[in-house]
Design a protein around this ligand. Structure first.
Ligand code: MN
Length: 231
């Protein structure tokens, strides 16, 4: 019998709303530039180019939110509130018309971003990993199964920092809707149970500092609260 050379860590997992079950996290995929107003605020062209994809490590999840330590290596940590899709069944090369069949449920997520590092990477034409994938970079609320809430394609998505509304968008303003995002992503990766897909953020992103309290919500998916604490 083989054993582990170092102690294994728990499988990253999220609570499932209304049950005792956990949703195990396998991969975290993210879509960049998926709301026109956010593309503009980042200095991009809102013309309908294919979306860009990037990833975060699965152990970046902060299940249910709570305290997040200000990350290493940045002076400009930004919040991005996003609808997150939780995948329940396998699929590759999906057609948009069939793509929603692989969705298990939906959750609220924050795509925390070390914006200074992301911008430096963009300028140097380097990968975004340093800006996007780091400890506690992905707080998430409970996963709400489609069986409970249906497909989540419309409604408000918002985020407050210390009680002040910073982001205020609508899911139907996505440039690439959910079926299109799933179809495109599945041309590059076989989607697998446990995968999470962050679907992009509306405008109003900005910096947070230790002591800040964030509260975000999406219609039908409750709220997610995070407090930034010093290291
Ligand atoms: Mn994002």
């Amino acid at each position: 019998m083989s054993s582990y050379a170092v102690p294994p860590w728990p499988l990253p997992a999220l609570p499932v709303a209304g049950t005792e079950a956990l949703f195990p996290v396998r991969h975290i995929y993210c879509v960049g530039r998926n709301y026109a107003e956010h593309v503009k605020e980042m200095g991009g062209d809102a013309a309908k180019e294919p979306p860009c994809f990037f990833t975060k490590a699965a152990d970046a999840v902060v299940p249910g939110g709570g305290k997040v330590r200000y990350p290493l290596g940045t002076k400009d940590l930004h919040h991005e509130i996003e609808l997150v899709v939780a995948i329940g069944s396998e699929g590759e090369n999906l057609e948009a018309g069939d793509a929603l069949a692989c969705v298990y449920g939906y959750a609220i997520g924050i795509d925390f971003t070390r914006r200074d590092l992301q911008n430096a990477a963009k300028e140097a034409r380097q990968p975004w990993d340093l800006g996007k994938s780091f400890a506690q970079a992905a707080p998430l609320g409970a996963v709400f199964p489609v069986a409970q809430v249906g497909q989540v394609t419309r409604g408000e998505i918002w985020l407050e920092v210390n009680g002040q509304r910073k982001q205020d968008g609508r899911l139907e303003d996505m440039i690439w809707d959910l079926p299109s995002v799933l179809a495109l992503l599945s041309k590059y990766y076989r989607l697998l149970p446990g995968d999470l897909i962050f679907t992009g953020t509306p405008s109003g992103v900005g910096p947070v500092v230790p002591g800040d309290r964030l509260r975000g919500g999406i219609a039908g998916l409750g709220t997610l609260e995070v407090e930034i604490v010093a290291r």
